[in-house]
Design a protein around this ligand. Structure first.
Ligand SMILES: CC(C)(COP(=O)(O)OP(=O)(O)OC[C@H]1O[C@@H](n2cnc3c(N)ncnc32)[C@H](O)[C@@H]1O)[C@@H](O)C(=O)NCCC(=O)NCCS
Ligand SMILES: Nc1ncnc2c1ncn2[C@@H]1O[C@H](COP(=O)(O)OP(=O)(O)OP(=O)(O)O)[C@@H](O)[C@H]1O
Length: 195
């Protein structure tokens, strides 16, 4: 039987995790999260973390305990597009393989794949339908600043590293508008799940 593969994307901090948490609790759906796989890719002792350390210098990019200094790598890749592309080229194949392996091994009939960079990384074909979670640009920036404790400039750099949300909306099968209350968002999810 073919599996229903829901690709959940949107801009940074527009509400993907909020939607995924609801799909997990209310619909008991398994959630596969690209950010989790991307973290796994750079775990202590991994070949990918070694490559990153080699490029940026161990003392520069690793914390005292050997973990990746994520804030430091973020400062680099969200300000230098060529470095972002380099990092993506080493991490994305790992993430893609993890998705393929997990989908293959799962006995679930419906799976939710949370992929922030679904369009940017050309992963449209991995999923059967694309849901885009949206809100206004001002809300997105505000939520990002608040949740990650970023400056206005840092938040803008992250947002600008991604394909414009307006463009993602045009490529969606379903758009979930998260510019209002949580309740309104959950109602929209229930509606789409009934289709
Ligand atoms: C730069 C890193 C270390 C910053 O870590 P941090 O803990 O601050 O953020 P986290 O990993 O939770 O990501 C938060 C969000 O940032 C955005 N983001 C992450 N990487 C990218 C990128 N290469 N381009 C655009 N946006 C990105 C996504 O919306 C993501 O959901 C990390 O994001 C990273 O390793 N990025 C490169 C790998 C990647 O492309 N990951 C995206 C999923 S495959
Ligand atoms: N309707 C809403 N009203 C107010 N705040 C919200 C709403 N929906 C989500 N938020 C808040 O906005 C922030 C971003 O939401 P969430 O973490 O779900 O986004 P995300 O798209 O998964 O982010 P990322 O791209 O970083 O993984 C969180 O702090 C969340 O609590």
């Amino acid at each position: 039987m073919t599996k229903r593969l829901i690709g959940l994307t949107g801009g940074i901090a527009t509400g993907k995790s909020t939607v995924a948490n609801y799909l997990a609790t209310a619909y008991n759906l398994p959630i596969l999260d690209a950010d989790v796989y991307a973290r796994d890719a750079v775990s202590v002792g991994s070949p990918i973390l070694s490559q990153i350390a080699q490029r940026y210098g161990k003392s520069e990019i690793l914390l005292a305990d050997g973990n990746l200094n994520r804030a430091k790598l973020g400062e680099i890749i969200f300000h230098q597009p060529e470095e972002r592309i380099w990092v993506e080229n080493v991490i994305h194949p790992y993430v893609r393989n993890w998705f393929l392996k997990t989908i293959n091994e799962s006995s679930a009939t419906t799976l939710v794949l949370v992929i922030p960079l679904l369009f940017e990384a050309g992963l449209e074909n991995l999923v059967g339908e694309i849901w885009v979670v949206s809100c206004s640009e001002a809300q997105q920036k505000q939520r990002l600043i608040q949740r990650n404790n970023l400056t206005n400039e840092q938040a803008a750099a992250r947002i600008n590293s991604q394909l414009a949300l307006s463009e993602k909306i045009t490529r969606a099968d379903f758009v979930l508008d998260n510019s209002s209350t949580l309740e309104s968002l959950l109602q929209q999810i229930d509606k789409v799940m009934k289709i």
